[in-house]
Design a protein around this ligand. Structure first.
Ligand code: ZN
Length: 71
């Protein structure tokens, strides 16, 4: 009898003999710890500079409008 475990980070199957349990690898362990450390489990992502986002959206729209100009 063997339990099937899954890595909380990438959801791959982890062998019970894996020394990085419950993670499949040291990499996934670090990713998970990093999430907790940076608070990513509570806050999805910090809000970026709204002015910069607006500027990006505007420049994207602008180039699209230029493409549609011949309509
Ligand atoms: Zn993993």
């Amino acid at each position: 009898m063997s339990k099937i475990l899954r890595c909380p980070t990438c959801r791959n199957i982890v062998l019970a003999s894996n020394e990085d349990l419950p993670f499949c690898s040291d990499r996934c362990r670090r990713i998970d710890l990093g999430k907790w450390a940076s608070g990513d489990y509570k806050i999805s992502s910090p809000i970026q500079d709204p002015d910069l986002l607006e500027e990006l959206a505007r420049s994207t729209k602008h180039s699209r409008q230029n493409d549609d100009d011949g309509n």
